[in-house]
Design a protein around this ligand. Structure first.
Ligand code: HEC
Ligand code: HEC
Length: 217
C-alpha cells in the first residue's frame, strides 16, 4: 500500500516535470521583465478586441513559435532592424527603428521561450517555398498584396508600405504559418489592416501565394 503511494507520487512529479514547456531557464523571466509591457503572449485572437490590440505598443507574440524561424528570431533580438516600414499601428509615421536589443545569451533564452509558443492552427509540412507565375499574378495584380507589402524584385525593394515588409520572408517566416494566416486570419488576430482573403481566393491560390511569399529573399 505504502509502496503504491510512493510510486503514484513519483509518477505525479514526473508528469509535472514533463508537462512543463521546454525552454531554457530564464527566457520567460526576461520576457516578463522587459517585454510584456508591449507584447501579448496569451491567445487566442477570439479572446481579444481591436482595443486590446491597440493597448500594446508591439505585435502579438502568442503564436511566435509557429510564425518565426528560430535562427532569424535569435539574430533579430540581438540586432532588431525595422520589419514594418511605418511605425506599428501608424499609417503616417516612419518606423523609428528603436526596438530594445538583447545580449546574445538573453536572446537565446528568450528565443527558446518564444519558440515554445505555438498555435494549433498551423499544420506543419504543408507549404514548400516556391515561385510560380500564378502566384506572381495574384501577388502583383489580382489581390494585390504588393499594394501594401514591400517585396523583392531582382535585389530591389518594390511595393507598398502599409503592411509589414515581406522582404526576407524566406528567412523570417514559417511557410506553414503564412498559409495558416492567409486561410484563417481571425485565428491569429482581430482583422484590421490586412484583408481576410479566405473568401476571396480559393485554397489552391492561397497555398501558391503562401509558397511565393515564403520564397522572398
Ligand atoms: C516599447 C515597446 C516594446 C518593447 C519593450 C518590446 N517590443 Fe518587441 N516590438 C515592438 C514593436 C513596435 C515591434 C514592431 C517592430 C517592427 O515592425 O520593426 C516589435 C516587434 C517584435 C518582434 C517581431 C514581431 C513581429 O510580428 O514582427 C519580436 C519577436 C519582438 N518584438 C520581441 C520582443 C522582445 C523579446 C522584447 C523584450 C526583450 C520586446 N520585443 C520588447 C515594441 C516593443
Ligand atoms: C490593404 C493592405 C493589404 C493587402 C492588400 C494585403 N496585406 Fe498583408 N498585411 C497588411 C497589414 C496591415 C498587415 C499587418 C496586420 C496586423 O499585424 O494586424 C499584413 C500582414 C501580412 C502578413 C504577416 C506579416 C508579418 O510579418 O506579420 C503576411 C504574410 C501578409 N500580410 C501577406 C499578404 C498577402 C500574401 C497578401 C495578398 C494575398 C496580402 N498580405 C495583402 C496589409 C495588406
Amino acid at each position: 500500500m505504502r509502496l503504491l503511494a510512493v510510486t503514484v507520487s513519483i509518477g505525479a512529479a514526473l508528469l509535472v516535470m514533463t508537462a512543463a514547456p521546454s525552454y531554457a531557464a530564464g527566457g520567460d523571466a526576461i520576457f516578463k521583465k522587459s517585454c510584456t509591457g508591449c507584447h501579448y503572449t496569451d491567445g487566442p485572437a477570439k479572446e481579444k478586441t481591436i482595443a486590446d490590440q491597440l493597448a500594446k505598443k508591439g505585435p502579438e507574440l502568442w503564436y511566435a513559435g509557429s510564425k518565426f524561424q528560430k535562427d532569424w528570431l535569435a539574430a533579430w533580438l540581438q540586432n532588431p532592424k525595422p520589419i514594418r516600414p511605418l511605425k506599428y499601428n501608424s499609417l503616417t509615421d516612419k518606423n523609428p527603428g528603436d526596438h530594445p536589443k538583447l545580449s546574445a545569451g538573453d536572446a537565446a533564452a528568450v528565443t527558446d521561450f518564444l519558440m515554445g509558443l505555438k498555435s494549433p492552427e498551423v499544420k506543419a509540412g504543408v507549404i514548400k517555398p516556391n515561385e510560380s507565375a500564378q502566384a506572381r499574378n495574384i501577388f502583383g495584380k489580382k489581390a494585390p498584396c504588393g499594394g501594401c507589402h514591400e517585396y523583392p524584385v531582382k535585389g530591389e525593394v518594390h511595393g507598398g508600405k502599409s503592411g509589414p515588409s515581406l522582404v526576407g520572408a524566406s528567412k523570417r517566416l514559417n511557410p506553414d504559418w503564412v498559409y495558416a494566416y492567409l486561410t484563417n486570419i481571425k485565428a491569429f488576430k482581430p482583422v484590421r489592416g490586412m484583408p481576410d482573403f479566405a473568401s476571396v481566393l480559393n485554397k489552391k491560390d492561397l497555398a501558391s501565394v503562401a509558397a511565393y511569399v515564403a520564397a522572398f529573399e
